[in-house]
Design a protein around this ligand. Structure first.
Ligand SMILES: C[S@@+](CC[C@H](N)C(=O)[O-])C[C@H]1O[C@@H](n2cnc3c(N)ncnc32)[C@H](O)[C@@H]1O
Length: 185
């Protein structure tokens, strides 16, 4: 655990915009992000897993590693994830490139990306890739430290996204809100 925090902090100092947090998510946030998942959830994609705080909650909920794809930009985090989740598929790259990796028909995308740090062009690229990767009608689950949905209104409108607040997690540093996004009504 202390090793995770040290690695996270080092990477956050070196890459503040893309890591976008000072500490990994806590257990309560992990549980809220993984709510509803289980052995029969189907293919789960996690984007921005970092040191794997949310991954741990997803696996604890019963999702087999074989059904899990982890897409992470940071190479040091990818090495750690590969050691810890040897049967998961780990992609070292940007979430915006998921299509090039053939990721399709996901049942859910779980995101720890710091979307508020991203310009709207990059948000658009990432969210297009997310909804291309999801099976029709399936959702993106995203947390944010802000008090509003973390996707720019213009991107929401362009991609015809609708949102729902799943809940707030006060027992996290910083406190976080968890949103679900879907495409269309
Ligand atoms: C706020 S941290 C969240 C880490 C972890 N999910 C957690 O909740 O503790 C954001 C993570 O997203 C990764 N990241 C940033 N931009 C990315 C991108 N375009 N594609 C994939 N991962 C990205 C960072 O390297 C970092 O690991």
């Amino acid at each position: 655990m202390a090793k995770n925090i040290a690695l996270f902090l080092k990477q956050a100092l070196n890459n503040p915009a893309s890591v976008g947090a000072v500490a990994p998510s806590g257990k309560a946030l992990g549980r809220m992000m993984a709510r509803g998942l289980g052995p029969d959830s189907g293919p789960v994609v996690e984007i921005g897993p970092g040191t794997g705080s949310l991954t741990r909650a997803i696996v604890a909920a019963g999702v087999p590693q074989e059904n899990l794809t982890l897409v992470e930009l940071n190479e040091a985090f990818c090495h750690l994830l590969a050691r810890r989740y040897p049967r998961a598929r780990i992609i070292h790259g940007g979430a915006q490139e998921m299509g090039a990796h053939g990721i399709r028909n996901a049942a859910v995308v779980i995101s720890g990306l710091p979307l508020l740090n991203f310009p709207s062009g990059l948000q658009h690229e990432i969210l297009s890739a997310v909804f291309d990767a999801l099976a029709p009608g399936c959702k993106l689950v995203q947390f944010t430290y802000g008090r509003k949905p973390p996707i720019s209104p213009q991107v929401m409108q362009n991609l015809e996204l609708t949102w729902h607040l799943r809940g707030r997690v006060w027992a996290n540093f910083p406190p976080a809100s968890v949103y679900e996004f879907r495409r269309g009504g």
